[in-house]
Design a protein around this ligand. Structure first.
Ligand code: PHE
Length: 348
């Protein structure tokens, strides 16, 4: 069954590259979602990613109580492509044209592979863009807020596991030191967490050194003995093959689409590993961008809303207990309730 409201694939007139926009739902409001600029073996893989990522955005907004719907844009770069600055500009204009053609039903933001500077370029063409640099009137980099939201989720999980939201002395393994991962590593180190970290880029060992964290390899970190595993890289980490190797009590992180397939949530549950749905643990960035840019919250009000993720995770765990379902299902359940109650009757 086609779940998405609209899917648009266009070969950029300037770049020649495939621009894919998946609009999953506008039931709760105009859709929002990031622009992912990434390499895929085939553009159809980028399409598959856009379909999954945009559906997750709908859940993200529904669970966090924002009046927005889910969408995502993916530009599927052929493997090995490197964009010169002028080519990147052309591509961003191609993306901007597609976004502008949506007439306000979708608004883009940054995601893997894009930044506030890219949003500024898109903003030359269309108003429908979040997270332009602050000098230009946008809310800037969303990654510190995403990291802050994950920290809030981790507190709720710590309270659940150990009866205390204080993270000091807990052992965590953080996978991925990209924009969000680096911020999160710093926050966790400041909380006194005993950190093991990794990244596919070996140059990032310097971050581990700076924070006094242990460096591990991307292969080995999965099975380190820790309290909480924190995925902060690309999705699809949690496969059925990996579950038996895990040696943690919980998996909580900001990476989008962590589960390879939905069934993995059941496998984790059977092993007694608590998994918090990524659409909740990663919501801090959009919460900040949308509340400040659309609803005119002050930074403090936005921060309070981001920290509210702690309460949402607690509610989610209670819902899971009450209904005797996995946290993954509870996340869907909470989102569906909101979508049902937020959807207005169709006009005749
Ligand atoms: N990358 C963000 C996410 O997945 C997308 C986003 C950020 C959209 C900020 C709008 C504003 O949640």
């Amino acid at each position: 069954m086609l779940e998405h409201e609209q899917i648009l694939v266009r070969r950029g007139s300037r770049s020649g590259l495939p621009v894919i926009l998946a609009l999953h739902s506008t039931v709760l409001g105009p859709a929002a979602g990031g622009l992912r600029l990434w390499h895929y073996p085939d553009w159809r893989d980028g399409l598959a990613d856009a379909l999954r990522l945009s559906a997750a955005m709908t859940l993200k907004f529904a669970v966090t109580g924002l009046a927005s719907g889910g969408g995502k844009t993916v530009v599927a770069l052929p493997p090995g492509t490197r964009l010169e600055p002028a080519e990147r500009r052309d591509l961003l204009y191609d993306v901007a044209d597609v976004i502008d053609s949506m007439g306000g039903t979708y608004r883009v933001g940054p995601d893997v592979g894009t930044s506030p500077a890219d949003m500024a370029v898109i903003g030359e063409v269309t108003r429908n863009v979040f997270c332009r640099p602050r000098e230009l009137g946008g809310s800037g980099d969303s990654s510190p807020h995403t990291a802050q939201g994950t920290l809030a989720a981790l507190r709720a999980v710590s309270r659940r596991l150990y009866g205390d939201g204080d993270l000091k002395g807990l052992r965590m393994a953080l996978i991925g030191l990209g924009h969000v991962g680096q911020h999160l590593a710093r926050l966790l180190a400041a909380e006194g967490v005993e950190l093991t970290v990794t990244d596919i880029d070996p140059a990032r060992t310097s971050i581990a050194e700076e924070l006094g964290a242990t460096w591990s390899s991307p292969e080995e970190i999965i099975s380190t003995d820790v309290d909480i595993l924190v995925p902060a890289a690309l999705g699809g980490l949690l496969t059925s093959g990996i579950v038996p190797d895990l040696r943690c009590r919980a998996v909580v992180g900001p990476a989008n689409n962590q589960l390879d397939t939905e069934e993995v949530a059941e496998l984790l549950h059977q092993r007694g590993i608590l998994w918090i749905p990524d659409h909740v643990a990663s919501a801090g960035g959009v919460i900040n961008a949308i509340t400040t840019e659309l609803h005119h919250f002050t930074p403090d009000q936005a921060l309070a809303r981001v920290n509210g993720i702690e309460g949402i995770v607690t509610e989610l765990l209670e819902t899971a207990d009450d209904l005797r379902i996995t946290p993954a299902r509870a996340g869907h359940e909470m989102a569906q309730r909101r979508i049902r109650s937020g959807s207005s009757p169709r006009p005749r």
